[in-house]
Every structure is written in structure tokens, then in C-alpha cells.
Design a protein around this ligand. Structure first.
Ligand code: PYC
Length: 333
């Protein structure tokens, strides 16, 4: 075997969505904060993301997380998130996958019944509380970054779709929340290509006219996620199809999207603190969310969400790159 790279990973899935947790072979990414590391990675190391996420090592909906030493004394591990779309500031299903892998590989001191892990993410510190029984991570509750509504009940002109009403909320990434009825499509995986086309058109229109900007996270100035809300959803139980740039659906119920949705429901007065909210994905898997406190972000009212879900380790791997491989950064099909 000849190789130019040797990347160690523990693969997992969170409620159906993969997280390739990179445990070795990358080294320390330069940067004083985890968001500085994310920005450095985007500028200088993106070939590594493409190598691990694209085909043939990954696939069109691949996602991962690179473990790093933390940049803050109050955190145990740092994380840079990678996926086919780029490097997110925060990823909920990815954090549940990371916490599960850290416990099940013994990369943190495991305490039963709950192991608390403080993670340094590009969006800010996130606490993962892992319910552990007989060494097995049974579920993970993440205490996410402050989440808030950027625009409630606004609208955008979308070529081919007319005026589309939406609300924009932040839960670690920006989410445009759109009723599926507003684009005349059913909550049906048989219509996924039509739903995806509508989502990409809505993102383009929003980013061209009213791109959201986070007040504290450098480089977060766009919306790459459209959360299409299924008919019959309410503040107790919501179902959605999460369309993501450049063209795929979250298989999990999306932790940051669940946080954004709870911030929206709270802003409407429909979801109170300390109340369970069940969010269901396009494949029927579920996260349970809660809002546990109020705060502010850049002067706006905001909430602290928790999201609970489960992850499973699916394998371990060493990814290599033969110097004659014609696809060192993979490809998208
Ligand atoms: O769980 O936050 C999430 C997420 C973002 C993109 C895919 N999953």
C-alpha cells in the first residue's frame, strides 16, 4: 500500500444521519478560537473535507467532525464540522455522534449514569450530557448555543414559485422555515426532487435579497438550510423535510434546525420554557427538544435549547490516498 494521507475515523450515525468522527491524522489546525480554525480550514485545508466527504469515500449526504484540542480552558475537546456543503459553525446530529464516539471509545473519562463533555465548537461552547449504561451511550442531550429569530413572517419572491412566506431563525446555522403547503408540495419522499428544487430556489432568493448575518460568528452570512414544515405540525410535534445546499436532505431531525424551530415557536408564544418538543425528520426519526432559559444575542431575545437524540457507532476506518488516485478530492455525482 502507498499513501499520501492516513486519516483515522470512527463512523457513526445519529438517527439515520452519518457522522464520520476524525480521531487522527489531521494535526492541530491553526487558529486562536474554534471559529478561527474553521475559517483557516476552509481557506487552506478544504481538500481534506472533499477527500473525506465526497464520493467515493463519502456520498452526497455525508457529514463529519474533526476532533481538535480545545481553544478554551473550560472545554474537553474542540470540533470542526465538515460535510458535503462546507464547514458548519455547529451541527447537532454531529455533536451527538461525537459525544457517543468519545464515550464508546474511552476518549473521555466515562461516568455512569451521565458523562458530561464540554465541546468547543465554532459557534461557541456546547455541553453534551451522555446517558451511559454498562458503557453504552444510550442517548445524548446537547445544550446548544443561544438561538433566536432573525425575521418572523417575512416573504421572498422566488422565480417559478411566486411570493413565498418564511421565517428565518438561528439555532447554530440559519434556517428558513417554510410551510410545505406554501410551495404546493406534499410531505412525501416520492416528491423529494421537487421539494429540493424548491428549497434551493428559496435559498438563492433569500441569499440574493435578505441574507441573514450572525452578529458574533465571523463568516456566517448566508442561509443554506430550508426547513419545510409538514401540514399538521404544531408546537408539540413537528415533521419536516430539511433541504440543504448544494442538494440533499438531512436524514436526522437536525439538531440546529430543531433549535431554530423552537426559537421560532417561542417567539410566537407557542412554546414555553421547559416543555418537550418532538421534531421528526423526513425518514421519521426523532429528536426531543426543550428550551431551558432566555438570553439575548446581539440585543435580540434568544433562548438556550437542549436537544436529545441517539447515535450508533457503525465502524472504524483508516482512509488512505494512493498517489496515483485520479480523485484525490473525490467528486459529486
Ligand atoms: O443536526 O444540526 C444538525 C445538522 C445540520 C446539518 C445536518 N444536520
Amino acid at each position: 500500500m502507498r499513501t499520501n494521507r492516513l486519516i483515522s475515523a470512527v463512523d457513526s450515525h445519529t438517527e439515520g444521519m452519518p457522522t464520520r468522527v476524525v480521531t487522527g491524522g489531521v494535526g492541530v489546525i491553526p487558529g486562536a478560537t474554534m471559529n478561527d480554525k474553521r475559517l483557516h480550514f476552509i481557506e487552506h485545508l478544504d481538500d481534506l473535507r472533499l477527500f473525506l466527504m465526497n464520493e467515493p469515500r463519502g456520498h452526497a449526504a455525508m457529514s463529519g467532525a474533526i476532533l481538535q484540542p480545545p481553544t478554551r480552558p473550560d472545554c474537553d475537546w474542540g470540533v470542526v464540522y465538515i460535510e458535503v456543503s462546507g464547514c458548519l459553525p455547529m451541527c447537532g446530529h454531529g455533536t451527538i455522534g461525537v459525544a457517543t464516539v468519545l464515550v464508546e471509545t474511552g476518549m473521555v473519562d466515562v461516568v455512569e449514569p451521565v458523562t458530561e463533555i464540554r465541546l468547543d465548537t465554532p459557534a461557541g461552547p456546547v455541553t453534551a450530557r451522555v446517558a451511559v449504561k454498562d458503557g453504552r451511550a444510550e442517548s445524548v442531550t446537547i445544550e446548544n448555543v443561544p438561538s433566536y429569530v432573525d425575521a418572523l413572517d417575512t416573504a421572498v419572491e422566488v422565480p417559478g414559485y411566486g411570493t413565498v412566506p418564511y421565517s428565518m431563525a438561528f439555532g447554530g446555522n440559519f434556517y428558513a422555515m417554510v410551510d410545505l403547503d406554501a410551495v404546493g408540495l406534499p410531505f412525501d419522499r416520492a416528491r423529494q426532487q421537487d421539494i429540493l428544487a424548491a428549497g434551493l430556489a428559496i435559498m438563492d432568493a433569500i441569499n440574493a435579497t435578505a441574507a441573514p448575518v450572525h452578529p458574533h460568528i465571523a463568516g456566517l452570512d448566508h442561509c443554506h438550510h430550508v426547513e419545510f414544515i409538514a401540514p399538521g405540525s404544531d408546537a408539540k410535534h413537528s415533521r419536516h423535510a430539511m433541504a440543504i445546499h448544494p442538494g440533499w436532505f438531512d436524514r436526522s431531525p437536525c439538531g440546529t434546525g430543531t433549535s431554530a424551530r423552537m426559537a421560532e415557536l417561542w417567539a410566537r408564544g407557542e412554546l414555553a420554557l421547559d416543555t418537550d418538543f418532538v421534531n421528526e425528520s423526513f425518514i421519521g426519526s426523532r429528536f426531543v427538544g426543550r428550551l431551558i432559559a432566555e438570553t439575548t444575542v446581539g440585543g435580540r431575545p434568544a433562548v438556550i435549547p437542549t436537544v436529545t437524540g441517539r447515535a450508533w457507532v457503525t465502524g472504524t476506518a483508516q482512509y488512505t490516498l494512493d498517489p496515483t488516485d485520479p480523485f484525490p478530492t473525490g467528486f459529486q455525482f
